[in-house]
Design a protein around this ligand. Structure first.
Ligand SMILES: Nc1ncnc2c1ncn2[C@@H]1O[C@H](COP(=O)(O)OP(=O)(O)OP(=O)(O)O)[C@@H](O)[C@H]1O
Ligand SMILES: [Mg+2]
Length: 312
């Protein structure tokens, strides 16, 4: 039985002015899992994180962290929650190393210069340890935020678009850090616009739009439920109608009959097996083809089609 580390029930946020940024959100996060929150701009991701981190006051609903109601247990919970915020607002005049050490102290941990050095080296910030934050590039400032969040060894870590605007190398570095934290049992909730990132790192995925959590599922289960295979088969000679031998497959003739398109499967490999059967059926019906292009749908396709259904 997995142990919940965060339980959100009926959470709503209406900002002054009337915008409903969160609408009755229920979400349970288990200890040790990596959860990715996906949604378009303005969906409510940062608001949700802000509510858990005490930066946004909920309009209604409850949040329990580490088994206790946050509103009654704020100080203790806060010391165990880390946040890499989306917006860069950090102690601009402080040198890097001091800012990161300070962040550790803020959460009541004893100073540990070797740990700070390890984190700074890890994030390629060691050379910049005495540079004022305001003098760093945007990507380096983001690394400082990450260093600060790592410095206090949180049990529950929020990464709000951790890799927005950082170079490929640091993005890979981030993924390695996330893996390492996962191995240490840290629970991580991240938001990202790079769906491949969610696909790569997360155990479960939640899709949020206009303040509503539309779907939460294991990544694999979501792919299996909503994933599709699409195969385009170029025919040597155009067909004017589908031969009966192909009627059991979900196929259509396209491009004036010169291409056969298969759309089916369920994201678990059934599509590929179907396409293999289909090519056998083509050959035994004497239909020649010149090429096949097969594509498995990604989390991105699922995401786009879900949001498309929402708006229509
Ligand atoms: N302080 C605020 N006052 C009023 N409205 C706000 C405030 N902060 C956010 N909003 C609105 O709430 C909605 C959700 O914003 P939020 O920042 O949570 O979205 P997001 O999913 O994080 O988007 P993004 O992907 O762009 O970061 C948006 O419509 C936004 O304009
Ligand atoms: Mg945001």
């Amino acid at each position: 039985m997995s142990e919940p580390i965060l339980q959100i029930d009926g959470l709503s946020k209406v900002y002054p002015g009337g915008l409903r940024a969160l609408d009755d959100v229920d979400l349970t996060i288990n200890k040790g899992e990596i959860f990715a929150l996906l949604g378009p701009n303005g969906a409510g991701k940062t608001t949700l994180i802000g509510a858990v981190c005490g930066l946004v006051r909920p309009t209604s609903g409850t949040i329990c962290a580490f088994g206790r109601d946050l509103s009654e247990n704020w100080r203790d919970a806060r010391s165990r929650i880390g946040l890499v915020p989306q917006e860069l607002s950090t102690d601009m005049f402080d040198p890097v190393r001091r800012a990161v050490s300070y962040s550790r102290g803020l959460f009541g941990l004893p100073p540990d210069q070797s740990r700070i050095e390890e984190i700074l080296r890890r994030l390629s910030l060691w050379d910049k340890r005495d540079t004022k934050i305001m003098e760093l590039s945007g990507g380096m400032k983001r690394r400082v935020l990450i260093a600060k969040a790592l410095a206090h060894e949180p049990d529950l870590l929020f990464l709000d678009e951790p890799t927005a605007g950082v170079d490929v190398e640091l993005r890979k570095g981030m993924w390695a850090i996330v893996d390492e934290m996962r191995a240490r049992g840290v629970t991580i909730i991240l938001t990202t616009h790079y769906i491949e990132e969610a696909e790569l790192m997360a155990d479960r995925v939640g899709i949020i739009n206009r303040g509503k959590l539309l779907m939460v599922d294991d990544k694999q289960a979501m792919m299996a439920r909503l994933g599709r295979t699409e195969a385009h088969i170029d025919l040597a000679e155009p067909l004017f109608e589908l031969p009966p031998a192909l009627s059991r497959f979900p196929v259509d003739l396209e491009q004036g009959g010169s291409s056969l398109c298969y759309r089916g499967g369920d994201g678990t490999g059934k599509g590929k097996a179907d396409v293999a059967e289909l090519t056998k059926a083509l050959i035994s019906s004497g239909i020649n083809y010149t090429g096949i292009e097969t594509r498995e749908s990604s989390l991105e396709d699922i995401f786009v089609s879900l949001l498309g259904e929402e708006t229509t």
